[in-house]
Design a protein around this ligand. Structure first.
Ligand code: AMP
Length: 397
């Protein structure tokens, strides 16, 4: 994998796609700097070499062109602070002023371009637009894993205007790709995938892909109930996708064929209402009374899953085991998080990815006790489903 380490940026201007799609509050202040901080090592490497930087990113989903709410000008001071350099700003990513400013950059200087998505050409992957962006630098660096699954102008198309020696990955991209590769292609066995979350329909492809990689797939969360119903269980008013019952059956069949241990929970914590103060009880998962819904995996399942997790050498976790946002239904998710941390302590490689499992690992302060926390939920899932991403292929092509 070609990273910024393979290039000497001395006297060069790099145009870098970063993912600075950060949350802002009503006063337009950055409320979570994680994504900005993640890019700093890549930027520092280039500046330390004696290079200059043109940063490009999107922010939110502007529909109508330039909108104050989605302007990247709001983050200039935060990026400056984190980087320790006064970052300049161009209020139109391909305007005359932007090109003047990028051309005038001296070694050690940084320019941030206005939101790429103020041009609809960005998401359309428009070639002319990509070619204009490419003029901002002589080297293209992609460090935006969160958007690497999109073939947008700045994430993929732009790469064709640079020769092979003049494009590379930043450290964020490299770290993400290396960790997925470790899980998918170099996994030490036993390899356990823990898949949860609300909908089975979102996870069918990933489960199918993992069938040829993992030894065990633990199913939790709302999606488990579609499997339980598919096997003839009674699930009350638990979450269920009736149009996916056949698919669930097929997945169960495929797992048997391939010798993969597809583990469906055996018990659940059920509630008479979708609320933290609902009445609850623990029951066998295939025997949920009418009017009740399963909101977490039960103690028996937690124990079985825990033993499997702690005996694994590679773990991929995507999706919570229950409604962990409510304290009465967080036990399954919380215990999975702690078991994963424990497995990590004993030498397992553990990758956490996908919005809600990352939120869970952070909720229990365990991010530093697992091997890798992915920054790109959608991109990670798509990488596993497809085996590559447009943003990765564009650099490697
Ligand atoms: P996803 O985005 O598909 O990974 O789903 C995450 C969401 O699924 C979280 O907000 C959880 O609260 C929710 N969830 C997990 N288990 C259940 C369940 N048993 N019933 C309803 N929602 C659930």
């Amino acid at each position: 994998m070609k990273t910024v380490d393979t290039i000497n940026f001395n006297g060069k201007r790099a145009v870098i796609r970063v993912d600075f799609n950060v949350p802002l509050n009503e006063a337009f202040e950055v409320t979570d700097t994680t994504r900005i901080r993640a890019a700093i090592p890549t930027l520092k490497k280039i500046l330390n070499d004696g290079g200059s930087i043109v940063l490009m990113s999107h922010l939110g989903r502007p529909k109508e062109g330039p909108t104050n709410k989605y302007s990247l000008k709001h983050i200039v001071s935060t990026v400056s602070q984190q980087l320790g350099v006064d970052v300049q700003f161009a209020d139109d990513c391909i305007g005359e002023d932007a090109f003047k400013k990028s051309a005038a950059l001296k070694s050690g200087e940084v320019l941030l371009l206005e939101n790429l998505r103020f041009y609809k050409e960005e998401e359309k992957g428009n070639e002319e637009f990509a070619q204009k962006l490419a003029k901002h630098g002589s080297i293209y660096v992609n460090d935006a894993f969160g958007t690497a699954h999109r073939a947008h102008a700045s994430t993929a198309v732009i790469a064709k205007y640079f020769d092979k020696a003049s494009k590379c990955f930043g450290y964020v991209m490299a770290g993400e790709v290396a960790s997925i590769d470790k899980v998918l292609n170099q996994s030490q066995k036993p390899f356990t995938a823990i898949i949860g979350g609300a909908k089975v329909s979102d996870k069918i492809l990933i489960i199918e892909q993992l069938m040829s990689k993992a030894n065990t797939i633990l199913i939790g969360g709302g999606m488990a109930f579609t499997f339980v119903k598919a096997m003839g269980g009674h699930i009350g008013k638990s979450l269920c996708e009736d149009d996916r019952l056949e698919v669930a059956k097929e997945l169960i069949g495929k797992a048997k064929e391939k010798g993969v241990n597809l583990c469906i929970p055996v018990d659940a914590v059920i509630a008479d209402n979708f609320a933290n103060d609902a009445n609850t009880q623990r029951v066998d998962i295939n025997n949920i009374p009418d009017g009740w819904m399963g909101l977490d995996i039960g103690d028996k399942t937690i124990k079985t899953f825990g033993e499997i997790i702690k005996n694994s050498k590679t773990i991929l976790w995507n999706g919570p085991m229950g409604v962990f946002e409510m304290s009465n239904f967080e036990k399954g998710t919380k215990q999975a998080a702690f078991d994963i941390a424990e497995a990590t302590k004993h030498g397992a490689f553990t990758l956490i990815g996908g919005g809600d499992s990352v939120a869970a690992i952070n909720k229990y302060n365990l991010a530093s006790q697992v091997s890798y926390v992915s920054t790109g939920g959608g991109a990670l899932l798509e990488y596993i489903e497809q085996g590559t991403l447009p943003g990765v292929e564009a650099i490697e092509a």
